[in-house]
Design a protein around this ligand. Structure first.
Ligand SMILES: NC(=O)c1ccc[n+]([C@@H]2O[C@H](COP(=O)([O-])OP(=O)(O)OC[C@H]3O[C@@H](n4cnc5c(N)ncnc54)[C@H](O)[C@@H]3O)[C@@H](O)[C@H]2O)c1
Length: 467
């Protein structure tokens, strides 16, 4: 059992702390008193509500209550930790670069308060070289005569499945140029995971690995999204194409779902950050730059389908959005595509009626959109707002509840439009909706509901392919 401290009680810090507490003694440090109180109440079985929503997290904190505590007290936080993980935010600045001010502030706090030898690892997603910067800051501000090694341990959990991702990771990547420190980290993780899961490496390689992994996943999505737009144009079905491509084990099925674009706190931020980093090093990453462009284009493509159906002025229109979190089962709205769609519609005068399975997502929407007050309503029941005033339904994320809507209830809507931003409705359902007079719009499978114009295609081939 090791003593570890985690800086940052956010989407990464809390689930990571709860997971480590299975076999180690964990202190989570955050200057935000509300978050810290929240966590401690949950640990003490005094509350069952946290500031972040993750399946199984509350139970895990309570199971391991003897091994975990949260604090705003820096001296308690730095009471003899063997390993310190920095998991503070690295939000993008206006140039798309990761803002390192929170990481640097944490480094300075560590330097000024640490009283024993230890290893500091960046868990935050940071530009390669940041561990060296953290080491420089620590050396500059160090008060006591102790040895601090610095490395990186990027996090790969996904929001919504964080607890399970942490329990059964594909790999744990960590890097440190100090081999003694690297061995110590290996020993720490061996308490939690098998050796084959561990990927120790140099500091810089581990930092590059994080960006490379996220950028590659985002690229798979944008690759399929650009083909989805072609599928709509020609009359093919992207879901079928995805199936055909993904069954090739060299490609794999994951991250091939076409949709209105990827969002969340990581992919948009990390693709921009590494693309910008490549530019600064005169090593442009053209494929990642295209990934970003396609993502911006895809959300516009989807929003324009709604606008095209109703016209530019939506002042007397009412829309339902099912799913406002950037994906199912999260309250995180950072870079959420359904939020972008909601704002676009409200800007054009529409009223949006929002439902999400996660209460916190609706609360966050209110907090983050004060200027839109009066232009939207939020609901805690999926069909509460389905009535004769509604012009269209927008499916914002992939939750199971949205895959099989109650069609009888939807027939109460005055407008018969369904905009499937995640392509989650199956072909059978789409065809039966079509028979009931609904218009179905998606990203790459519109022709499930509309016959392919074969004459147009034949003419196209005759005109363009006969020389
Ligand atoms: N959210 C994800 O799914 C995810 C996944 C992998 C990696 N990451 C990366 O992990 C990092 C953290 O992301 P997040 O989503 O948990 O962020 P978050 O915004 O949810 O949490 C960050 C926390 O850090 C705290 N903080 C700020 N300054 C601090 C300081 N000096 N000391 C201690 N705490 C401090 C904040 O109060 C906040 O609670 C980011 O770099 C992110 O890119 C996030």
């Amino acid at each position: 059992m090791a003593r570890v401290t985690i800086f940052g009680a956010g989407y990464v810090g809390v689930p990571t702390g709860a997971h480590f507490a299975r076999t180690h003694r964990v202190t989570i440090y955050d200057p935000d008193n509300n978050k810290v109180e929240n966590i401690n109440k949950v640990i003490d079985n005094d509350s069952d509500s946290l500031h972040i929503h993750e399946k199984g997290l509350i139970e895990l904190l309570q199971e391991n209550h003897e091994n975990i505590v949260a604090t705003t007290d820096i001296s308690l936080a730095l009471d003899r930790p063997e390993i310190i993980f920095i998991a503070v935010g690295t939000p993008p600045n206006e140039k798309g670069r990761a803002n390192l001010k929170y990481v640097c502030a944490a480094a300075e706090q560590i330097a000024k308060n640490v009283k024993n030898d230890c290893v500091v690892l960046n868990k935050s997603t940071v530009p390669p070289g940041t561990a060296y910067l953290v080491k420089e800051i620590i050396d500059k501000h160090l008060v006591n005569d102790v040895k601090i090694s610095v490395g990186s341990c990027p996090e790969f959990l996904a929001e919504g499945t964080a607890v399970e991702d942490l329990r059964t990771p594909d790999r744990i990547v960590y890097g440190c140029d100090d081999t003694e420190a690297l061995d110590k980290v290996t020993e720490f993780f061996l308490y939690l995971h098998g050796r084959s899961t561990l990927s120790p490496m140099t500091t810089l390689s581990s930092e590059v690995t994080k960006y490379a992994a996220n950028a590659l996943l985002a690229t798979k999505i944008s690759f399929m999204n650009s083909l989805a737009i072609l599928c709509d144009a020609v009359g093919a079905n992207i879901r079928e194409v995805q199936e055909g491509v993904g069954k090739d084990t060299r490609v794999g099925r994951k991250f091939l779902n076409a949709s209105m674009g990827y969002g969340g706190s990581c992919f948009p931020k990390d693709t921009s950050a590494i693309a910008e980093y490549g530019q600064l090093f005169s090593s442009p990453l053209e494929i990642i730059e295209s990934t970003i462009l396609v993502n911006d284009k895809t959300i516009k493509y989807f929003s324009e389908k709604i606008i095209h159906a109703f016209g530019d002025d939506l002042s007397d229109k009412n829309f339902i959005i099912w799913g406002i979190g950037f994906k199912a089962r999260t309250d995180d709205l950072r870079e959420s595509k359904p939020v972008q769609v909601a704002r676009e519609l409200m800007d054009r005068g529409a009223h949006v009626h929002i439902y999400d399975t996660v209460k916190g997502a609706l609360e966050n929407f209110k907090v983050e959109n004060p200027s839109y007050e009066g232009k939207y309503s939020v609901y805690h029941e999926q069909y509460e707002m389905v009535n004769g005033n509604i012009d269209g339904l927008i499916i914002g994320n992939e939750h199971e509840k949205f895959r099989n809507p109650d069609v009888e209830k939807l027939e109460n809507m005055r407008g018969k439009y369904i905009f499937d931003g995640k392509n989650v409705l199956n072909n059978h359902l789409i065809k039966s909706l079509k028979r009931k007079g609904f218009n179905y719009r998606s990203v790459g499978k519109d022709t499930v509901a509309n016959a392919v114009d074969k004459t147009k295609l034949i003419d196209f081939l005759k005109n363009q392919y006969m020389d």
